[in-house]
Design a protein around this ligand. Sequence first.
Ligand code: HEM
Length: 365
Amino acid sequence: SGAFPFYGEHQAGIVTPAQDRLHFVAFDVTTTRREELTGLLQEWTAAAARLTQGRDAGASGAVGGPPEAAPDDTGEALGLPASGLTLTVGFGASLFDDRFGLAARRPAALADLPRFPGERLIPEISGGDICVQACAHDPQVAVHAIRNLARIGFGKVTVRWSQLGFGRTSSTSRAQTTPRNLMGFKDGTNNMKLEDDDLVRDQLWAAAEDGADWMAGGSYLVTRKIRMTIETWDRTSLREQEDIFGRDKNEGAPAGKKNEFDPVDLAAMKPDAHVRLAHPTAHANAHLLRRGYNYVDGSDGLGRLDAGLFFIAYQRDPRRQFVPVQMSLAKNDPLNEYIKHVSSGMFACPPGVRDAGDYWGRQLF
Ligand code: HEM
C-alpha cells in the first residue's frame, strides 16, 4: 500500500511495476483560453502530487472545509492509503490544432496512426486532447483520483471517454510474476522491463535530438481497446490456442521449450504465431513497453460478455514501434478471428514533474 514518488525525471506509471487496477480517462478541452488550460494543468499537478501520496485532492479535504462549500475532495478514499497510485498525463494530437497556438510544437512522432485492416474504431471512445492514466492496487483509489481531476476540470474540460481495467496483463519488472490475460495465457513474459537499462534508454524515453525538445524524458503512449469474442475462443481447442500464440498455456514456455523465460525459438512456432509476428527480430529490433489491463464492461445484451484487453504501450516513436508491429498483426495474426480493435488513442506523455514549482507539460507551453 506504499506510495510511489510523484516528482522525478520521468513520469511515474510507465516503468513503475504495473499495478493491478486501472482507470484511464481522455478529456476534451472546452476552454479556448490558453491561460485557463495552463492554469488547469497546474491545479491538476498539485492535486496529483497530493493524491499519489494518499492525501486528499485539495488542502481542506473531504471534510475540513467550510460546511457551506462543496468539499475540495469527494471523500470516497478517506481512510485509504496511497495504494501505489500513479497518475500519468499525455497530450493527444488534437491538442496541437490552432486553438492554443501549439501546431508547431506537435512532435513528428505523434503522427496520426494509419488505418489498420479489420479495425472497427468507435470515434466516441477514441482520441482525446489530454489523457490521464491512473493505476493503483485499489480500484477505489484509481477512480477517486480520476473523479477529482474531472471535478477540478469542470468548465474547462469534459470527459470524452474513460475505461476501467481490473487486472494487469503485463509485468514491467523482473520482480513481478507474469499475469494472465482473459484468453488464459501469461502475458508480458517478453515485455520490456524496467531492469533493461539499455532498452529503456534506447526505446522507451524520447530524447531532445528526436525533434521535439519538450518531450525529452517523455514517452509516447498508444491505447487500443481490443474486444475479445470470448465465447468463440472458449470453444477453440487447446492446441489451436497454443499455436496461435506460440507459447504453451500452463507454463508460458515458447514452442519447443520447457520454461517460461527460455529464449524463444521462432522457427519452432507456426509462421503466423502471434509471438513470431510481434517479435523484435521481425521489426528492426522494435520493442514496446506493454502495460495493458483486462476489462469486462458487463455484457452486450446479446448474451455475450463485453470483455477484452485494454492494450497500453509506451515507446520512443510509434512510427518505428507500434505501427509496424500492429500492421503485421492486423494482416497476418490468426488471433484476429477472436478480437476486434474498437478504440484507439495516442498521446505524447511529457517528462516528469521536477518539484512543486513545476507542472504537467510546462516545457510545452
Ligand atoms: C506477446 C497476447 C495484442 C505485441 C504476447 C504474448 C501473449 C500476447 C500471450 C506472449 C507473452 C509475452 O511475451 O508477453 C496478446 C493478446 C492481444 C495482444 C491476447 C490482444 C487481445 C498485441 C498487440 C501488440 C502486441 C496489439 C502490438 C501491436 C506483442 C509483443 C509481444 C507479445 C511485442 C512480445 C513478442 C516477443 O518479443 O516475444 N502477446 N497480445 N500484442 N505481444 Fe501480444
